[in-house]
Design a protein around this ligand. Sequence first.
Ligand SMILES: Nc1ncnc2c1ncn2[C@@H]1O[C@H](COP(=O)(O)OP(=O)(O)OP(=O)(O)O)[C@@H](O)[C@H]1O
Length: 296
Amino acid sequence: MPGPSPEAGSPSSSPRTTGTSISPRRVRRRGAVTVTEQPPSVTREGITIQSLSKVYDTADGGEVTALRNIDLQIQPGEFVSFLGPSGCGKSTLLHIIAGLLPQTAGTVDVFGTPAAPGRQDSAIMLQTPVLFPWRSVLDNILLPVEILGLDRTSATARAHELLELTHLTEFAQKNVWELSGGMRQRVSLARALVTDPALLLMDEPFSALDEFTRERLNIELARLHEELGRTTLFVTHNISEAVFLSDRVVCMRPRPGEVIDIIDVDLPRPRGAEHLASAAAIENESLVREAIAEYI
Ligand SMILES: Nc1ncnc2c1ncn2[C@@H]1O[C@H](COP(=O)(O)OP(=O)(O)OP(=O)(O)O)[C@@H](O)[C@H]1O
């Protein structure tokens, strides 16, 4: 296992908040899955969100400002969580970055080009895995490859590597209804990674799972992130989960949805079970809790 990267939150540096600025990104690691150092689509720009606002029309003829004046810069390879109370616009923000929702004002650039649906360089994972019961686990994982018309032979090899990484090898030919909730989310994660997307968007992917399964999947996700080094944006309500997984936690408030603070997580990588309730993790959680104290 490679050692911790130099800039992923070294134990010697103290926790700090950074507003909207970003520290330089760590060197990525190479793991079991064959990945390019940086997919061709990745540019130095990462993800740039400027003056972003979203106003929804409501059914009664009114308006809801779901997001107001969001400015963020995210580096390639960073793991960033969006945390805040219900209704603060976390999902709206993620869906705009995914190109699934239009913004009302402002801009979102993903690796140098405007956010748009159907990009090969990004994948989204939702709270409830949308798996197709008439397809095997392996064929569910390969679905984006078919949709995007990519080479199935090399993708199948990668799917098998991902099955191994997500501990699903023996379930490759199973039907999805034979799987537990946690296993289904692992299939969903493998499917999201099968096209080797530079950007992984995750909207509360583990929130419907029991605590044991969720913790195990968080440990797996941290390991996968450290091996694959893909930019990951993760929506959650859970402070411990956000701290454990992230390089930075973006704290948001509701009505209107705004960024109130950004916490740099000061935990070494690689992260494992020993970091879940470590003194350093609890210290970082306190910083996050302080930032959103008014909304807890
Ligand atoms: N399609 C819609 N039409 C009208 N209002 C909407 C729509 N979708 C979301 N909203 C409103 O926008 C605000 C932000 O919603 P959003 O779902 O993005 O928040 P969230 O932080 O992800 O919430 P949760 O944590 O409960 O999932 C809320 O006030 C919500 O009621």
